[in-house]
Design a protein around this ligand. Structure first.
Ligand code: ATP
Ligand code: MG
Length: 406
């Protein structure tokens, strides 16, 4: 039997790993500077966590979850990590500490989706979550961090889109207006949108179905609904966010139809899109979720965060070449070769030797492929206690003793 990786999953090979490590290193650097702390939560959780946390009118919960039963317990591979982080925040009493509480994470997520370019069933997200700050300064901290992280990765050709979904009161009127505008062609919408119409009409605007999008255009939906009219408090919050972004020179586009796919967002939502990604062009999505901690059993706590798709980031970054080893030890004396290799490594240098003591020509050929310099330890060298160092770039050769070398 010829077993292959599952549809929608991918091996990340050694040839690609330098890019992944670069992304992770940048994340560590950028988030640590801003005092976000890394958190690693389990990959599977109680299914209830996502049903309640992500929301049972979302695609993620309705169609995309990997759910299984073990010992009568329903478990789910995490489709996203905000709910898991909130669970950990509550379970470990972080709410007792003085706010803000700031986390970041990096790890695999699982969604049963149709695999295509930029869309997998196991994919990775990097994200941040920030608890305890009501002011728009937290929203701007998160957006600023996302932009800085993307810049550190060398990605500049990106567009930040923002919107405010307001609170329940602000949304009520918009939902009614939206339903009224959609009513005449409601029956032609996809099955999902028909369900959303009653349960969560806002989400219709986030539909990825081409036929639905065509219907919206034909019926001029976007001109018939004006966007969410914000109450004074939500409006002040949104204006403050824009003021901060302007002051920080972070360019953004206001998109009144940006609603995001999850149920938990309140007030600010944002997406960062790349102009070089084709149709799956969102690299980052996030927003404020002031109701989620309470929904999951805690006190009402303001919170904001985002997640980025690492595969999509990766496809925008140039492949980074693997670093060569500092030294390759070329010798027909394995004992001396392994001793020297050990010493080099103890001094922080990267090194390898030939495990099979092949002919010198073969060893040098290998060395020139994987190392910057070859250290030749022949009979002569061992007898007289020196090493011949060969620069594999310039082919220059020098005699040195071990002390000089390290
Ligand atoms: P999309 O609109 O592309 O489906 P989403 O709204 O489902 O995205 P979020 O749940 O907000 O996305 O996740 C944040 C980011 O994670 C996305 O912007 C994207 O970069 C990435 N992402 C989401 N789903 C996938 C997937 N199936 N494969 C690869 N990356 C994904
Ligand atoms: Mg999605």
């Amino acid at each position: 039997m010829n077993i292959k990786a599952q549809k929608g999953t991918k091996d990340i090979l050694p040839s690609e790993i330098t890019n992944w490590q670069f992304i992770e290193d940048c994340a560590k650097k950028v988030f640590n500077k801003a005092n976000f702390k890394e958190i690693r939560t389990p990959i599977f959780e109680d299914t209830n966590l996502f049903e309640r946390g992500v929301g049972d009118t979302t695609d993620i919960v309705n169609k995309e979850m990997y759910t299984f039963t073990k010992s009568d317990r329903s478990l789910t591979l995490r489709p996203e990590n905000t709910a898991g982080v909130v669970r950990a925040y509550l379970e470990h009493n972080f709410f007792r500490e003085s706010p803000p509480i700031k986390f970041w994470y990096f790890g695999p997520m699982f969604r049963y989706e149709r695999p295509q370019a930029g869309r997998q069933r196991q994919f990775h997200q990097i994200g941040v979550e920030m608890f305890g700050v009501q002011d728009a300064s937290a929203d701007v901290e998160c957006i600023m961090l996302a932009v800085e992280f993307l810049k550190t990765l060398g990605l500049n050709d990106l567009t930040v889109e923002i919107n405010s979904l307001g609170c329940n009161t602000c949304r009520k009127e918009f939902k009614d207006e939206l339903k009224k505008a959609i009513a005449p062609f409601k029956d032609k919408l996809c099955e999902d949108c028909q369900n959303r119409y009653e349960k969560n009409p806002l989400r219709i605007l986030d539909c990825k179905n081409e036929a639905c999008n065509k219907l919206f255009e034909e019926n001029n939906l976007r001109n018939k609904v004006s966007g969410i009219k914000l109450c004074p408090e939500c409006s002040e919050h949104y204006n403050k966010l824009k003021l901060y972004l302007d002051a920080l020179n972070i360019k953004y586009i206001e998109n009144p139809y940006l609603v995001r796919g999850l149920d938990y967002y309140t007030k600010t939502v944002f997406e960062i899109k790349s102009n070089n990604l084709g149709s799956q062009n969102a690299v980052c999505g996030g927003g404020r979720y002031d109701g989620l901690v309470e929904t999951l059993g805690g006190e009402k706590t303001p919170a904001v965060g985002w997640a980025m798709g690492v595969e999509r980031l990766n496809s925008l970054i140039q492949p980074i070449e693997d670093k060569k080893l500092d030294y390759y030890v070329v010798s027909d004396n394995q004992l001396e070769a392994v001793k020297l290799t050990k010493k080099l490594r103890e001094h922080g240098l990267s090194a390898e030797f030939d495990y099979n003591s092949r002919k010198f020509a073969k060893q040098l050929e290998k060395a020139s492929k994987i190392a910057k310099k070859a250290l030749i330890l022949g009979e002569e060298e061992i007898k007289n206690n020196f090493i011949t160092v060969k620069d594999l770039n310039t082919f220059e050769q020098r005699k040195m003793n071990l002390q000089e070398l390290i």
